[in-house]
Design a protein around this ligand. Structure first.
Ligand SMILES: [Zn+2]
Ligand SMILES: [Zn+2]
Length: 357
């Protein structure tokens, strides 16, 4: 089969012909219908994230059609449309058994520790395969598997309840999903903190109150807009010390700040006014869970979560075009948004190998 592979860190991906993977009794072979190109793929190519075994086929945002199943797999059959949870965990350790598989010490990320979706076929354990609603395209299904799933996990970790107000710091792909998901959960007013006018305009079109961080201190703007109360939930997707501090300081009494984006800077908060006196909580958010994907798929099926026309761009399974897309991701990157960068207009590029749909 055809695959586009990372042969050497720091070098361009290459076209390759490799054997179609063989599957074990508990595994599924999926014919890739779409695979999202993610910012972390550019990190792998650049050698920023260490990868032990090369060559590897990148791609962790995958949807497609079941080709064959191992004899122990009963929940999907050949021909089914599916999407793939990107973390292959052991399924047997304490973390896996409690449904917190993102902490599994043996977990392998597809497209990093094992071959991913920049290929015609991918083999994964059956438990990583989830039915994709009939109305949902492979392209939409694929890109939900990373940023949308993590946005959902952030809202779950923050324990968002109906009617509660939300501030979203940073409006890239994660923020785009977080806003739609928060609305799907009947939240109260949503505030989007951004410096990019185009992103603020998109947030307004989706019903949020824009907080232009270039126009004044965001915390004060949020307090002014909430009669001094602050918000119940803050979702931090930027990854700077300044916005992390703002996410804590804009909280209402018993508010929760969910920290998603990465930063190497330390963040200072004042214990009494920022935390103790409000019983505020700061919550780390790591990745997402397989158990959250059916919820996500249901919201997609109901039309409550979508990436509209014009936000997706397609390329074939071709190394030159994929490398160019990764270059574009790198060039649009900035230090502010290490995990949440899909370019200024939420454009995501999706690989569509021919002949699957
Ligand atoms: Zn991703
Ligand atoms: Zn495990």
């Amino acid at each position: 089969m055809k695959a586009v592979r990372l042969m050497q860190l720091g070098k361009a991906l290459e076209d390759a012909q490799i054997a179609v993977p063989e599957i074990g009794a508990s595994e599924v072979l999926v014919r890739v219908g779409a695979c999202g190109i993610c910012h972390s793929d550019a990190h792998y190519r650049a050698g920023i994230s260490s990868i032990d075994s090369l060559p590897v086929t990148p791609g962790h945002e995958v949807a497609g059609r079941v080709e064959t199943v191992g004899e122990q797999v009963t929940h999907v059959s050949p021909g089914d449309r599916v999407c793939i949870h990107y973390l292959v965990s052991c399924g047997a350790c304490d973390f896996c058994l409690r449904g917190n598989e993102q902490f599994c010490a043996k977990a392998q990320m597809i497209g990093k520790h094992r071959d991913g979706g920049y290929a015609e076929f991918i083999a994964v354990p059956g438990r990583n395969v989830f039915a994709l609603p009939g109305e949902t395209s492979f392209e939409q299904g694929a890109i939900m598997m990373c940023s949308s799933a993590t946005a959902l996990h952030a809202l779950n970790k923050a324990r968002l309840k109906p009617g509660e107000s939300v501030a979203i710091f940073g409006f890239g792909g994660l923020g785009f999903s977080a806003l739609q998901l928060a609305r799907a959960f009947d939240c109260g007013q949503i505030y989007v903190v951004e410096i990019n006018p185009a992103k603020l305009a998109t947030a307004v079109a989706l019903g949020a109150v824009p907080i232009d961080a270039t126009a004044g201190v965001p915390v004060q703007q949020i307090l002014d807009a909430t009669s001094g109360k602050g918000v119940d939930v803050a979702i931090e997707l930027v990854g700077s010390a300044a916005t992390m501090q703002q996410a804590v300081r804009c909280l209402a009494v018993q508010g929760r700040a969910a920290m998603v984006a990465l930063s190497r800077e330390s963040v200072s908060v004042l214990p009494y006014p920022d935390l103790i006196n409000k019983e505020a909580e700061v919550i780390g958010v790591s990745d997402h869970l397989a158990s959250e994907l059916p919820v996500l798929m249901d919201l997609v099926r109901k039309g409550k979560l979508c990436f509209p026309e014009g936000t997706l761009r397609f390329v074939p399974l071709d190394a030159a075009q994929i490398n160019a897309a990764l270059d574009a991701v790198e060039n649009s990157s900035c230090q502010r948004t290490p995990r949440d960068n899909f370019g200024a207009d939420h454009i995501r590029t999706v690989i569509v190998p021919r002949g699957t749909n």
